[in-house]
Structure formats: structure tokens, C-alpha cells
Design a binder for this molecule. Structure first.
Ligand SMILES: Cc1ncc(COP(=O)(O)O)c(C=O)c1O
Length: 475
């Protein structure tokens, strides 16, 4: 112990002693470029508290959280029931990570997950520590269960950033610089069903991996027949049908699982994010008995895939408590209801704002897409931003929402003119209306040129031309 180290660890003291230093610490020790980007877009605020739908900054602002930690806080931040469950778990000195045992709480959480799983194929659960790790496991499971090498994924997909999941990434900018990834992984366009059928008939495709609603840009096919046809083609050709519900699952889209909007019955389902109420890292692979038997096929393969922290007690407790809260508070229904209100409000705006081209989404996973204006007055400004980089207008809107309305949102993906709303399901009618009227005001500003949105855009364009920094959000 050094001379300055206090005898006891007191978190409140640490927070008090170092308040105001987050930005400097991150610049120095964590990610300098990211810290600079946050500064540039006016997001460099130190947060001191998170509760429900709100965050508080050190300088006393209250920010509405329209991002929910990339979708983990469906039930709001720091839900008291989940906190209480974690506190109880700590007080009980649980037999955590015995490893050579069958842990009651992971058994229970697995049972609860299978009870709410879509369709009737999913019968086993493998726990992970994150979403990307669930995607990694699914790739292995699909290959082991089918003995086939190829995995098809969607153009524009996001399944995580570890190397296997990254091989299923539909956005080249995420892969740039990391060398060759997993062989046998190919991006396809789900709407080109004939081409897909041709590939599947080769009978060498282990799995098709699908985000029912793509997180990057909030996309899904306008034709509701595409996904069921894709699933049928998989079944006919012995290909496993994997749905990634890491972002869209557990109520986010107004159903327990987004794939239920199309009555899909996956062989493997991935979930993570909202499963622990956002308090403990967690992920899970739900999979069929046939897949299970293909992986854990012999006594000597009983732990052929495993993870030290996968079934850790705090994650399991938080998972059980979070599922309890989602059910008790009817949050899935609430997400559907508030999502309808948000979509309706945004569609009203579309009638008045020429830059608002499309509103997409289900439940509280909503994308607002901007496009070129018709009026000659705004065209030059729009063109200027787009010559610098696609996506800067959406970034300027995100910045204005934050600066003037204290609403946190994000651009929905690299080089996309889409702002994404992922608010907690506990959002009230008034808060939904506030989101809509804030966007209305920002878009009214846009009808003036010059005006604040365009000057923010111009600053961004300058920075983008100097250095390609924008659209770098990862999840
Ligand atoms: C659809 C989807 N899959 C996988 C992941 C990766 O999850 P994680 O960030 O927990 O690794 C994400 C994260 O945003 C996601 O949205």
C-alpha cells in the first residue's frame, strides 16, 4: 500500500475526489480520439446519475435518454427491483462460479428464457457475457451441428466486433484494417430470394444469420413475405435459421421478440443487452435440441464450448429480476403502445417537413431517415454536407436535439442520414410527445438557411473533410 492509499475503499469519496476528470482520464488512458469526437459534437459531459429515463450531468443538466445505453435499459436505468436483487445476492454470499456444479440460478434463468422464446424449437440456453460472444457461439454451434462451412448474413448487418462476429458485419468500415476474417462468411441481400435459394440448394450453408430489424439504420423488408420465405428455404435445405435479437429482443419492438412480427421460429436465437436490466454484462444463445446434440455430442465434449463468467451469479440474478420486471410491469405491451404513439407523432411531422423522408420501426426501435430537400433554398446546404460526408445532417440533428432539447440520441450507422430512437419502455405519453416536438423544432430550424442546424452541419463538414471522424458509433 502506498502512503496515499486510504485504509478503506469508499466509492463516494473516489467520485467526489475525481469529479470533473473523466474527459482528461479518457483522453489520456482510454480512447483519445473518441474523447475528442465527443468534445467536437458537444457531448463531452460527465454524468453523475442515471435513473429511469434520465441522466444528470455534473453541471446539473437533466438529459432524456433516447439511446438507453444502445438498448440495454428497456426498463429504465437502475431499476429498483434489479438493484435490490443484486444487493440481496451480494448479502447472501452465493456459491458463485463453482464451475464443477449445476448452478440453480442459471438453470432457472434458462427455464424462464425458454418459456418466453418464440416458436417451439428453442430448448437449450448457453450463457455468455456479451452480444458479440453470443454471435461467436452461434457460428460455432451452426458449424458443429451441420458439418457445413458457410454462413450467410445480411448486407449492412451488425452482430458484434470480435473477429467471428465481425466476419458477419455488413459494413466494410468496421472491418477495415483487421485483416482476413472467418472464411465461408458471405453478405447477401434477403430480398434476392432466388439468388439465395440457389446458394442454399448447394447444401453447404450451415446458417443464415438475420437481425429481424437491422440495428444499423432500422431496416426490415417492406414485404412481410420475405422473412417467412427465407425461413422456409432454410428448412428445405438443412440450413439453420439464426435470429439475432440482441438489440431487438425482450420487448424493444413491442413484442418479446422482433421475429414474432413475422411468426418466425428460429433454430438459434441470440439475446443480450436488456436481459440484465443493463446492470451486469450478459448474453444468451437459445438453441434447438438438434443443435445442442450436434455440439455437446459426447461425454468428452460436455464443455467443448464454455466461458468462465458465463453463468456468474450477479448476471443470473439480474436476468431473473429483469424478466420479472418486464412481465410484472407489462413493459412489452407498453413498448408497443408508446412505440405506436411515437411513430404516429413522427409520421405527422413528415407531412410538414420536406427533409423527413421516412419513418421506420416497430415498438420503441425507431429510425427517422432524412433525404434531400425539394426547395431550392435548402438544396445547396444539403449538397454541401453530402459532398463532405453522408450522415452529417443526421449528426447535426442529433447535436441540436442534445444541445437545445437535452435529448440523447444517435446516428443509426456509418454514413446514414438516419437518427435512431431507442428510449426506455417506461417512457410516458408526455415524454413521447416531447421527443416529437423537439424534432419538430429542430426541423423548423432547418427550414431557415442560414440557421443553427446548417451551421452545426458546416462545422462537421469541415471536420469531416479534414479527418473522417463521424458515424463511428459502434453498437
Ligand atoms: C444486433 C446486434 N448484435 C450484436 C451486438 C453486439 O453486442 P455487444 O456489443 O454486447 O457485443 C449488437 C450490439 O449493438 C447488436 O445490436
Amino acid at each position: 500500500m502506498t502512503a496515499n492509499t486510504p485504509m478503506t475503499f469508499d466509492l463516494k469519496n473516489v467520485l467526489n475526489q475525481y469529479q470533473g476528470q473523466a474527459q482528461a482520464l479518457h483522453e489520456k488512458y482510454v480512447n483519445t480520439v473518441f474523447a475528442h469526437v465527443l468534445d467536437m459534437i458537444g457531448f463531452a459531459h460527465e454524468y453523475t446519475e442515471g435513473k429511469g429515463c434520465y441522466l444528470t450531468t455534473r453541471d446539473g443538466r437533466t438529459i432524456f435518454d433516447g439511446l438507453s445505453g444502445y438498448g440495454v435499459f428497456g426498463m429504465g436505468r437502475n431499476h429498483p427491483t434489479v438493484i435490490q436483487a443484486i444487493e440481496q445476492a451480494l448479502a447472501l454470499d452465493l456459491p458463485n462460479l463453482v464451475q464443477m456444479d449445476t448452478f440453480l440460478l442459471s438453470g432457472l434463468l434458462a427455464e424462464r428464457l425458454i418459456r418466453i422464446a418464440p416458436g417451439n424449437r428453442l430448448q437449450h440456453v448457453f450463457f455468455t457475457n456479451s452480444g458479440t460472444e453470443a454471435a461467436e457461439g452461434a457460428i460455432k454451434f451452426a458449424r458443429a451441428a451441420t458439418g457445413r462451412p458457410r454462413i450467410l448474413f445480411s448486407q449492412g448487418a451488425f452482430h458484434g466486433l470480435t473477429t467471428g462476429a465481425l466476419a458477419l458485419n455488413g459494413d466494410a468500415s468496421f472491418r477495415e484494417g483487421f485483416g482476413d476474417l472467418l472464411p465461408g462468411t458471405e453478405a447477401v441481400d434477403w430480398t434476392q430470394l432466388e439468388a439465395l435459394e440457389y446458394e442454399l440448394k448447394k447444401k453447404n450453408v450451415a446458417a443464415v444469420v438475420l437481425e429481424p430489424i437491422r440495428g444499423k439504420g432500422v431496416y426490415y423488408p417492406p414485404d412481410d413475405r420475405v422473412y417467412p420465405t427465407l425461413q422456409r428455404l432454410c428448412r428445405e435445405n438443412g440450413t439453420l435459421f439464426i435470429v439475432d435479437e440482441i438489440q431487438s429482443g425482450l420487448g424493444r419492438t413491442g413484442r418479446w421478440w422482433a421475429c414474432q412480427h413475422w411468426d418466425l421460429e428460429p433454430d438459434i436465437l441470440l439475446c443480450a443487452k436488456a436481459l440484465s436490466g443493463g446492470l451486469v454484462p450478459i448474453g444468451a444463445i437459445l438453441y434447438s435440441d438438434a443443435v445442442y446434440r450436434g455440439v455437446f455430442s459426447r461425454l468428452d465434449r460436455c464443455v467443448v464450448h464454455s466461458s468462465t463468467f458465463g453463468q456468474n451469479a450477479l448476471a443470473m440474478v439480474a436476468g431473473l429480476a429483469a424478466l420479472h420486471v418486464l412481465e410484472e410491469e407489462n413493459l412489452v405491451e407498453r413498448s408497443a403502445r408508446q412505440g405506436d404513439r411515437l411513430l404516429a407523432g413522427l409520421r405527422e411531422l413528415q407531412k410538414r417537413h420536406e427533409l423527413l423522408h421516412e419513418i421506420r420501426g416497430k415498438g420503441l426501435m425507431v429510425g427517422v431517415e432524412f433525404g434531400p430537400p425539394k426547395s431550392l433554398r435548402l438544396k445547396p446546404a444539403w449538397t454541401l454536407l453530402h459532398t463532405a460526408q453522408n450522415g452529417l445532417f443526421a449528426q447535426a440533428v442529433v447535436m441540436r436535439l442534445y444541445q437545445t432539447h437535452h435529448i440523447l440520441t444517435q446516428v443509426a450507422g456509418h454514413h446514414q442520414e438516419v437518427v435512431k430512437f431507442l428510449p426506455p419502455f417506461i417512457i410516458t405519453d408526455e415524454e413521447v410527445d416531447r421527443l416529437v416536438s423537439a424534432l419538430d423544432e429542430v426541423l423548423q430550424e432547418c427550414s431557415r438557411f442560414p440557421g443553427p442546424v446548417w451551421s452545426v452541419g458546416k462545422q462537421l463538414a469541415g471536420a469531416a473533410v479534414r479527418q473522417h471522424l463521424f458515424g463511428r458509433e459502434s453498437s
